[in-house]
Design a protein around this ligand. Structure first.
Ligand code: HEC
Length: 149
């Protein structure tokens, strides 16, 4: 009994440390006075910057799925779906264009689409990325990366 109680308290303390309210649902029999010694069950949350690497990988994957069909795997604006489009998808290797846009504009184009920045509505929005700024930043880095070549 004692071990079961302390196990549930441990889980409760851990959930509290993670900011969860789930402990409201714990058994009323778990008397507050029995709380584990301070610090005993505090689990340090994983550091957030660890998200950067997966975000870059996700951006790379998304580029292949959502962007290269039009912009081309080399960013030349020559993807398989590009031929029929007017205007043509942006050629990312165009240095004059690269110099003319800010990262913020590129982000806005990606998340809200061409129409949102006064460009062609053929350039689709990706509203699902609004909540993934690291992935959008990864896509901007990919777009910028074509410039150097
Ligand atoms: C259906 C084809 C299509 C797809 C898919 C597409 N684009 Fe585009 N994109 C375009 C077209 C067409 C333009 C040119 C719009 C214009 O010049 O009016 C454009 C323009 C752009 C621009 C330049 C905007 C500017 O300010 O000049 C960026 C940056 C861009 N796309 C990024 C992306 C990214 C990143 C993806 C993938 C998430 C993507 N596009 C997917 C067709 C596409």
């Amino acid at each position: 009994m004692t071990s079961h109680l302390s196990a549930s308290l441990l889980a409760c303390t851990t959930l509290l440390a993670a900011g969860s309210l789930a402990c409201n649902k714990s058994e009323p029999s778990a008397a507050p006075s029995a709380v584990a010694p301070a610090g005993a069950a505090i689990v340090t949350a994983p550091a957030i910057p660890a998200a950067a690497a997966p975000a870059a990988a996700e951006a790379q994957k998304l580029f292949g799925e959502r962007c290269s069909p039009c912009h081309g795997p080399s960013g030349l604006g020559d993807g398989p779906a590009a031929a029929a489009l007017n205007p043509r998808p942006r050629n990312y290797t165009d240095k004059a264009w690269q110099a003319s846009v800010t990262d913020e504009q590129i982000k806005k184009t990606i998340v809200y689409g061409g129409a949102a920045v006064g460009k062609s509505p053929i350039m689709p929005a990706s509203p699902d990325l609004d909540s993934k700024p690291e992935v959008v930043a990864g896509l901007v880095r990919i777009v910028r990366g074509f410039s150097a070549k």
